[in-house]
Design a protein around this ligand. Structure first.
Ligand SMILES: [Zn+2]
Length: 298
């Protein structure tokens, strides 16, 4: 190849090389720009999942009671966490706990179309006592754990639009923290009359892993603080990570809650498990929650 041909060859190749380099630089820049912005959006690491595999069965120290002493009713309680379009595809915790707003709306539509009634967790003791009219085949309780801000942004507008009831379990000390509900948002949520506020402790500790004194404070003070802050009566409780034992359950009873939800899978509730009500994990559903619920045996 002579000198002239070499130059021609270089001219032909260099624009390609420059274009490739520019493209790589652009990709790197956009990626870091995205990551930087994303970091700003979610600086707080998501708290670990409530859906803890270790807590899917009834603790062994809970005394067995004869089933015949109590009415058993099918009351499906669905457990939601995030309702959003998760931006960070690497955030596996968030992704595993997420229901997209589209799916959530589809689920609500299917419930409405099938004539389902929604109830609060605090209604369950009254349903079991026969004090609230209840259709075994057409009833569901929707629960939202942790009090993420996406509840206000994505779930609450749909709850209002479809006029369904829901029980929200905010973590008291996380209120007003970034990524969580603000007290102003909670006041608006309460004012709708469509959302019951239950307690999910002060700062999301695994109650069976801490001293009785700490557990007691978490259970009692979170109720008192929510009641004083928002001028409401708090009747329902959700165990962080679904972690509890007989001692913790007795403390919840003593603190004058009327019911508590666990992560033990199932939809059959009774007086026996009033303080460790079974729940069904959202995400198990697709768009037709009503169909799934009616097919559920337990
Ligand atoms: Zn939680």
């Amino acid at each position: 190849m002579n000198k002239k041909n070499k130059i021609i060859a270089l001219v032909k190749i260099w624009p390609v090389k420059i274009a490739v380099l520019f493209l790589i630089a652009a990709i790197l820049f956009l990626n870091s720009f995205y990551l930087f912005n994303h970091k700003e959006e979610h600086p707080q690491k998501p708290i670990p999942s409530d859906y803890n595999a270790k807590n899917l069965v009834k603790p062994t120290d809970i005394p067995e009671k004869p089933a015949s002493l109590s009415a058993q009713l099918k009351i499906p309680i669905v457990m939601y966490h995030y309702v959003e379009y998760v931006q960070d595809k690497g955030d596996h915790t968030r992704l595993s706990l997420d229901t997209t707003p589209y799916t959530f709306e589809s689920e609500l539509k299917s419930l409405i179309n099938e004539g389902y009634q929604t109830y609060f967790v605090k209604d369950i003791p009254k349903i079991l006592e026969g004090k609230i009219k209840y259709d075994l085949s057409k009833a569901v309780v929707l629960t939202f754990d942790d009090g993420y801000e996406d509840f206000y942004l994505n779930a609450f507008p749909l709850i209002k639009e479809y006029h369904v009831k829901a029980t929200l379990f905010p973590i008291y000390d996380f209120i007003n923290k970034q990524g969580f509900l603000t007290d102003t948002e909670i006041r608006e949520i309460i004012a709708s009359g469509l959302v019951e506020i239950g307690s999910h402790t002060l700062d999301h500790v695994g109650l069976k892993h801490v001293s009785s004194q700490v557990a007691q404070k978490q259970i009692v003070d979170s109720k008192k603080d929510l009641e004083q802050e928002f001028g409401i009566k708090v009747e329902s409780f959700a165990y962080p990570f679904g972690a509890f034992n007989n001692n913790v359950m007795e403390m919840v009873k003593q603190a004058s809650y009327s019911a508590a939800v666990s992560v033990i899978p199932g939809s059959i509730q009774s007086e026996n498990n009033l303080f460790y009500l079974s729940r069904i994990r959202a995400g198990f559903f697709s768009y037709n929650i009503a169909g799934v619920l009616s097919a559920l045996k337990k």
